[in-house]
Design a protein around this ligand. Structure first.
Ligand code: AMP
Ligand code: ZN
Length: 112
């Protein structure tokens, strides 16, 4: 499958790795929207949050168990924001479910 985030998780496309284990991969966003902007993805290809189900939700659990470790490693002790864009109206540009971890400053209150 020609999915850029599957390729990044497999190391076929270079990225700035932040965290990796058997289920998930985290790397710096190429176009950061905050001083810290990390993308956390499951290694399994799941299109978006809208495709989460009982068969694949282990990957989602792994993502959320890793986020506190990733945030601590990135120095986000003051807090952070986790966002996942879904589909057309959510402005999802990469169709492999990913969670943006944003922080490193006081973030704007408005989320659109
Ligand atoms: P979204 O718009 O929620 O689908 O987010 C996709 C994100 O992936 C954007 O913030 C992009 O900057 C980021 N992105 C796209 N290609 C790469 C890449 N090769 N390495 C790192 N981040 C990327
Ligand atoms: Zn993929």
């Amino acid at each position: 499958m020609d999915c850029i985030f599957c390729k990044i998780a497999r190391g076929e496309i270079p990225s700035e790795e932040v965290y990796s284990d058997e289920k998930i991969f985290a790397f710096r966003d190429i176009n950061p929207q905050a001083p810290v902007h990390i993308l956390v993805i499951p290694r399994d290809h799941i299109e978006s949050c809208d495709k989460i189900n009982a068969e694949n939700s282990d990957s989602v659990r792994a993502v959320f168990e890793a986020i506190p470790k990733i945030a601590a490693k990135a120095g986000l002790s003051g807090g952070y924001r986790v966002i996942s864009n879904v589909g057309e109206d959510g402005c999802q540009s990469v169709k492999h479910m990913h969670f943006h971890v944003l922080g490193g400053k006081k973030l704007p209150e408005n989320m659109g």
